[in-house]
Design a protein around this ligand. Structure first.
Ligand code: FUB
Ligand code: ZN
Length: 642
């Protein structure tokens, strides 16, 4: 049995982010994103649905997963209030919760779309209609709200709903052997189990996982009951689309809709962890390896195809038509955290960090009021405008947008950013693991209480200073050495560390009797790195990406002129970094000398027989997450290399 690490995340309430990179992003999230998302939920009827009185003449129409957007907004507000109390926001959430609770039906059912629009169709189309998905998001919101405020009205309502779901679904006589078409409820039930201690929620989560992909196939059976022709595929997709093509324990390649997949695998890892289920854990590890070794962008984005928002085949990672939904990168963060808890290896956090700093963070503007749904790695706005069919116009744009018809991403970003403290550190017995380096404090109870004060300029610089506060005690401090880092030096109280240390599963494990004021300085060498994809990734052959620390960089046309594909970076070009406090809320830029192809004047004709001339140019790259915050233009991650 491998999954016995005993690791527990340090809860959000015990971590403060007091300055630096993530604290700044959280401040924007709190002061801009959370309020604007409330307004947009209000303007679009997402709040009003809970009043159950929609009329055809209303300016909006209920949608079958509107409930989930409001639930994610509540979660964002709950996490934000945990670290930054705000009575006005709390009152606003309380008022929303009152409307939600009032929408609950006498039998416990709680779904606005079905209650209002199709009351006779409850549970008739689990495959497409997101009933169980919405239930999951409401449960997550209820747990978060109880944890943030101690208030139980929403949790009580959602326990009733979960109990009702547990009556409808299950292996017993008269119960349905169904499961969510869009996974989400499974991981929410594990959260509900942890919040209440009620084993039945964990069992229900495991039931849903183990029913998935069994024969006779539930989605085929229910489709036949709806009178659909056998084999009629969901939006043209097969059972892979929702990961029901095989029992989950047998799956070994990441398939289908990427967000669904991440929520499923997260729940599988949760159940593996809670029940010491080694077979389930092994499936999670296989899926993780397949995803990270073959089907993930360098930004941590996943799900390369806009059609079906899904995974395709190994190494199919096109850049310009990359879908890489923001929610999918968020799902990677969820899955990574659970894999870390399962196995205690830092490689999972490496991927979490990749997704956080790149594919997730690109989803929100620096101002916090506009969002990307898709996160391509190469953008030419003219092409986007001309070919909306190819790029699914609307969700992929050279500019972030205020909201979407299907607006799952904005509230997902808000809830993750507000909850970021919960990903910073973990404990196992007498050991503190520091996973994300960010200025603030981490408070934990080992044999004695400890407060770790962390100060760092990360991700701009690799120095991290950690001060131990607390009574003397023998303990371990496990400092993550990021996978991108080739040289990590550590000092204690100003002297190079000369005590024993272990490199353990990617951590620098410092064991000693710690005393008040002991100061550890970790220096992570952070040069610019050139990153190459394996040649099977056709889109990246002959190209290089620039990375410094956890940040992947991109060229933008506002710095480099139009047609970024005509730029070439010689392999031996020196790359320099510059701190630019006035640019893009303060970034480090990377510069190097390269060439521009085809710079000759007066060249005419589409094709010619002479090779084009090259002109020397200086290239400037900015962090990928910060692209599209200036004049709209082109962007490119994978640069041609000579
Ligand atoms: O279907 C609910 C959410 O909307 C999914 O998670 C996203 O991919 C988007 O399709
Ligand atoms: Zn989304």
């Amino acid at each position: 049995m491998r999954n016995t690490t005993g690791l527990k995340p340090v809860p959000l309430s015990q971590v403060t982010l007091s300055g630096g990179f993530w604290a700044e992003r959280q401040a924007v999230n709190r002061s801009v994103s959370v309020p604007v998302e409330y307004d947009r939920c209000q303007e679009t009827g997402r709040l009003a649905v809970f009043d159950l009185n929609w009329k055809p003449q209303d300016s909006w129409r209920p949608h079958h997963f509107y409930d989930s957007d409001v639930a994610k907004w509540i979660e964002a507000a709950a996490y934000s209030l945990t670290t930054h109390p705000d009575p006005a926001l709390e009152g606003q959430v309380d008022a929303v919760i009152e409307r939600i609770v009032a929408a609950q039906q006498p039998d416990g059912y709680l779904n606005t779309f079905f209650t209002m629009m199709t009351p006779d169709e409850r549970w008739t189309n689990l495959r497409d209609m997101h009933e169980l998905y919405c239930a999951g998001h409401l449960i997550e919101a209820a747990v978060a709200w109880r944890e943030a405020t101690g208030k139980t009205a929403l949790l009580d309502a959602l326990c009733r709903y979960a109990d009702y779901i547990g009556e409808v679904f299950g292996p017993g006589e008269g119960q349905r052997p169904g499961y969510p078409g869009h996974e989400e409820l499974e991981l929410a039930l594990v959260k509900l189990y942890r919040a209440t201690g009620e084993e039945r929620y964990l069992s229900l989560a495991r039931f849903f996982l183990d029913e998935r992909g069994r024969q006779p196939h539930y989605f085929d059976v229910e489709a036949a009951e709806r009178g659909e022709a056998p084999g009629q595929a969901h939006y043209g997709h097969d059972h892979r689309y929702n990961q029901s093509h095989q029992p989950v324990r047998r799956q070994s390649t990441v398939e289908g809709h990427a967000v669904r997949a991440m929520y499923l695998y997260s729940a599988m890892a949760d159940v593996a962890l809670e029940t010491h289920d080694e077979e389930m854990a092994a499936a999670c590890r296989r899926l993780w390896d397949n995803m990270t070794q073959r089907r993930m962008y360098v930004t941590g984005g996943i799900g390369s195809s806009s059609r079906g928002e899904r995974f395709t085949v190994d190494y199919d990672l096109p850049n310009d038509i990359a879908y890489a939904e923001t929610c999918a990168a968020i799902g990677v963060v969820f899955f990574a955290q659970r894999m870390f808890l399962l196995d205690g290896e830092s490689r999972y956090i490496d991927i979490m960090e990749r997704a956080l700093y790149n594919g997730m963070l690109s989803g929100v503007s620096l101002q916090g009021d506009t969002f990307f749904y898709a996160n391509p790695l190469a953008v030419d706005p003219a092409q986007y405008a001309a070919r909306p069919d190819l790029f699914r116009g609307g969700v992929v744009a050279p500019r972030r947008q205020a909201w979407f018809d299907c607006s799952c991403c904005p509230t997902n970003v808000a809830r993750l950013l507000a909850d970021l403290g919960a990903y910073v550190a973990a404990t196992a017995e007498q050991r503190v693991y520091v996973n994300l380096y960010t200025t603030g404090t981490i408070s934990v109870d080992l044999q004695e209480p400890v407060q770790l004060e962390v100060e760092t300029d990360y991700p701009w610089g690799g120095r991290v200073r950690l001060v131990w506060h607390g009574r003397p005690q023998q303990a371990g401090l496990a400092l993550r050495v990021p996978g991108w880092c080739r040289q990590a030096d550590v000092a204690l109280n100003g002297e190079p560390w000369n005590g024993p240390y272990l490199r353990h599963k990617g951590y620098l494990l410092l064991e000693r009797c710690w005393s008040e004021g002991d100061t550890v300085t970790l220096d992570l060498a952070m040069p610019v790195e050139r990153v190459y994809a394996r040649p099977e990734v056709r889109a990246d052959v002959g190209r290089v990406a620039l990375q410094r620390g956890p940040l992947v960089y991109a060229l933008e046309s506002c710095d480099n002129g139009p047609n970024l594909d005509a730029l070439v970076l010689p392999r031996d070009a020196a790359l320099t970094v510059q701190r630019e406090p006035g640019l893009l809320d303060g970034v480090v830029t990377i510069r190097g000398d390269g060439w521009r192809v085809g710079a000759e004047a007066g060249s005419s004709g589409l094709y010619r027989k002479q090779a084009h001339a090259h002109r020397g140019v200086s290239l400037t790259a900015v962090p990928y997450y910060a692209w599209a915050n200036r004049d709209p233009g082109e962007m490119l991650v994978w640069i041609r290399e000579a």
